[in-house]
Design a protein around this ligand. Structure first.
Ligand code: ZN
Length: 412
């Protein structure tokens, strides 16, 4: 298919959206349902309407912009991403998938293509966890991965509930109605910057994501016995920090021994009580984050960690409690969508790298309700979530071309 991406227009739209920000340029900050976020949303809706798309918004603020196909009752082909940005972030994370998705639709319109299945652009609410502490809020609700009841219990750091905040922001309807009916999408493809260095390093312009990794994360508390650092002799100690140290190394060992480099485990937080030079640590709190592309393998690493914790607790006479706060399952991307993306790359003579998404994306949740895959473009040095995040317009335009071709293949 002959597809002409209007790269200049796309670039100027990316710049225009970056200017709707709470941070000084080049940094971008757009937090859910702030005045800035609402302004960006209104701006995007107006662009979609100008492209002739039918725009609707659900109760949590997910925006859908639909190009009606010749069989409007058939399941739609979806694309999209997010436009919220963590404090002091860059211009491209999420934005490339939303504005690139819109330009892909416009390029298809200009080419004379007419889809059989409707093509729908989605802007997901709050992919970033900044305001309510949970990432992918919109896609979790859409896919039924988060219940309306659980969503209503979410509060921000000011104690305001999601329900109050969204209503004040003008979102109407009930959270129950956000969940999409079964079979709503025939397929879903998300364009995104890689947020890692592999494509740039390999000098390959595109990545096709075959698996999306997901974390199990939680807190570990260890209770031992405190005491004077001089007076309590070594045989009598129940030092919580020594136990924690053994456990941290056991977590590292379990991840290394999983049999796959896709398994990663991190203890990123360690609070020691009372935290004095001459006092034996009586209590330690750790965080743990274990990620994998394979749920069974991740679960087996968790079991290894739990068994190690029991052993350490017994021989050090401390109490160890592990509470997992979040354990989303990883996802396999769909073979048919992967094939549509691969064929589209080949059609345009573009090399691609099959790869794994190690970060979270809305596609993780879309994969629960629709055949889903992702397309990555390079970003300089792999930098993301920082003001110097950068993807060239050439790379963005290439990704947009392949996305447009893919949407055409899936909707023909
Ligand atoms: Zn993102």
């Amino acid at each position: 298919m002959k597809l002409a991406i209007d790269a200049n227009r796309l670039l100027s739209e990316i710049e225009a959206l970056a200017a709707i920000s709470e941070a000084d340029p080049p940094a971008v900050t757009r937090i859910l349902f702030t005045a800035t976020d609402l302004k960006a949303r209104a701006w995007l809706r107006q662009l979609c309407e100008a492209a002739g798309l039918a725009v609707r918004q659900d109760a949590v603020g997910n925006i859908f912009a639909r190009w009606s196909g010749s069989d409007p009752a058939a399941p739609a082909v979806g694309t999209g991403s997010h436009i919220d940005a963590i404090p002091n972030a860059g211009k491209y994370d999420g934005v490339v998938g939303v504005l690139g998705g819109l330009e892909a639709i416009r390029a298809l319109q200009r080419s004379g293509f007419r889809p059989k299945n409707s093509i729908e652009l989605v802007m997901f609410t709050s992919e970033e966890p900044t305001r309510f502490g949970i990432g992918c809020l919109g896609s979790r609700l859409l896919s039924g991965s988060l219940s309306a009841d659980a969503a209503r219990k979410l509060t921000d750091s000011d104690g305001e509930s999601l329900d109050d905040v969204r209503r004040k922001a003008g979102m109407r309807g009930e959270l129950e109605d956000v969940k999409l009916p079964p079979g709503y999408y025939k397929a879903f493809a998300e364009l995104h910057i890689e947020q890692g260095p592999l494509l740039e390093r390999e000098r390959i312009p595109l990545g096709i994501v075959t698996k999306i990794a997901a974390p199990a994360s939680g807190r570990i508390s260890l209770e031992g016995a405190g005491g004077h650092a001089g007076a309590v002799l070594m045989p009598d100690r129940r030092d919580a920090l020594c136990a924690a140290s053994e456990l941290i190394l056991a977590i590292e060992k379990a991840a290394r021994a999983s049999g796959s480099t896709d398994t990663v485990a991190t203890v990123g937080m360690c609070d020691v009580f009372p935290g004095a030079i001459n006092s034996i640590p009586s209590r330690v709190r750790l965080s743990v984050d274990i990620r994998d592309t394979d749920l069974a393998r991740r679960d087996s690493v968790m079991q290894t960690v739990e068994a190690a914790a029991q052993k350490i607790a017994a021989h050090r006479q401390v109490v160890i409690q592990i509470s997992i706060t979040n354990a989303d399952a990883p996802a396999d991307c769909d073979p048919a969508v992967i094939e549509a993306l691969s064929k589209s790359c080949e059609e345009h003579g573009l090399k691609f790298l099959p790869m794994i998404s190690r970060a979270y994306h809305d596609s993780l949740f879309m994969s629960r309700i629709a055949p889903t895959a992702m397309l990555f473009i390079p970003c300089e040095k792999g930098y993301s979530h920082r003001p110097d995040e950068y993807s060239s317009i050439e790379d963005i335009a290439r990704g947009t071309t392949v996305l447009a071709e893919t949407l055409a293949r899936l909707s023909a």
